[in-house]
Design a protein around this ligand. Structure first.
Ligand SMILES: C[S@@+](CC[C@H](N)C(=O)[O-])C[C@H]1O[C@@H](n2cnc3c(N)ncnc32)[C@H](O)[C@@H]1O
Length: 368
């Protein structure tokens, strides 16, 4: 009883606090689940760590998108929250094993589209500093690898600058904070696209692609359309996905970047998932790779999360992130904070003086 009450509170709070104002469908469905003893018992069939509303609601959404829960799909499509609540409970009770199997097998994914507004100018800046004519992208914590499309999307900034491909089917926008313009430089040719993740998502696999959609809330059609467009673009030139822990897989990833190209490792909101020791080992892997070639690392991570990247004196967990650029050559590593960003890169402030290495950095002798 005690555990069921706690679960009920979790679902009620998710509905009344997290989903309220954002998703009327999930607000109603979560509260309805919290009020149904039968539904809560069905959720308790899942292991404790897989009972959270984001997991169970995504599993139900996945069944709806797969055509296995037609009444739920119809209620979501109609935006009918009462019908959705009834259908969600009914689906959960009829298909408990399927819901639990999905909840156990899948990790929920954040809405991971749109990072390119931050990545494009930072990667182009890395290439400029090194004089690279070609780059090989290695995205660590790549999930579905959407960051690896960075040169194939169009980006419009609120100050009327634009970067990337204006004819791309994926057009992103971002707001510029402050006066400084992002560098207008075009990114050099991308000759390798490599994603590294413990559990990569293959956008060419229908089940994987559906799961990414299922992790969005059903009354977010604009997000779903953007995700569909980004996945369709990615599917036309799928990245090489390497599964495993970054510290183990990175040497293989570097080996796959042609010698004439600059390897640019990117991390976007990934390193907080690494234990501190793993973050340092990750840095060490970049150092090791730079024994034989110049290596760059572009990061967008919470304040103080990316090792060696200056924090600009900002407080940790202050809600924004630091855009970092580190260049490792044979003798030194220069790490710099080149910007700040908010809302996963939908707002950004560029800080670097793109005519030279900026003042927000530090240089140290390499250790490897
Ligand atoms: C919070 S998600 C960020 C995904 C994406 N970069 C973004 O911008 O939304 C973290 C990702 O890192 C992956 N991950 C966590 N630990 C990892 C590790 N040690 N090595 C490689 N990938 C890891 C997870 O599987 C997950 O896809």
């Amino acid at each position: 009883m005690g555990r069921a009450r706690t679960l009920a509170q979790v679902y009620r709070q998710f509905g009344e606090v997290d989903a309220a104002g954002t998703s009327p469908l999930y607000e109603r469905v979560a509260v309805a689940l919290s009020e149904s003893d039968e539904a809560l018992r069905a959720i308790e069939v899942a292991p404790a760590r897989r009972r959270h509303p984001t997991v169970i609601l995504a599993a139900l959404h996945d069944l709806a998108l797969a055509g296995r829960a037609p009444a739920l799909a119809a209620a979501y499509a109609a935006g009918d929250s009462n019908a959705a609540a009834r259908a969600a409970i009914d689906t959960l009770l009829r298909m408990t094993d399927s819901v639990v199997a999905i909840a156990v097998r899948r990790r929920t994914r954040p809405d991971e589209t749109g990072r390119c507004a931050v990545l494009y100018p930072a990667i182009a800046e890395a290439a400029r500093r090194v004089g690279a004519k070609a780059v090989g992208l290695i995205d660590v914590g790549c999930s579905a690898g959407l960051n690896l499309n960075v040169d194939r999307v169009g980006i419009t900034y609120s100050n009327r600058q634009s970067l990337g491909d204006p004819s791309s089917p994926v057009q992103l926008s971002a707001s510029i904070v402050g006066d400084r313009r992002v560098p207008a430089r075009v990114m050099p040719e991308v000759v390798a696209r490599i994603g590294v993740d413990l559990d990569p998502v293959d956008v060419t696999d229908p089940d994987d692609a559906r799961w990414l959609r299922a992790c969005l809330w059903p009354d977010q059609p604009e997000r779903a359309a953007r995700l569909d467009a980004e996945m369709a673009l990615a599917a036309t030139a799928p990245p090489l996905l390497l599964q495993g822990a970054a510290v183990d897989v990175l040497p293989d990833a570097f080996a796959r970047v042609p010698a004439e190209a600059l390897p640019v490792v990117t991390t976007t909101w990934t390193l907080s998932r690494f234990a501190l020791a793993s973050r340092l080992r990750f840095l060490h892997r970049l150092d090791e790779a730079a024994t034989g070639r110049v290596v760059a690392w572009v990061s967008a991570e919470g304040v103080g999360v990316a090792p060696a990247i200056p924090t600009l004196g900002d407080r940790r967990a202050s809600g924004h992130s630091i855009i970092g650029l580190a260049v490792f050559d044979q003798s030194s590593m220069r790490a710099e904070a080149i910007g700040r960003c908010w809302s996963r890169g939908r707002l950004l402030a560029w800080l670097a003086d793109s005519a030279r290495s900026g003042n927000n950095g530090c240089t140290r002798q390499r250790t490897a």
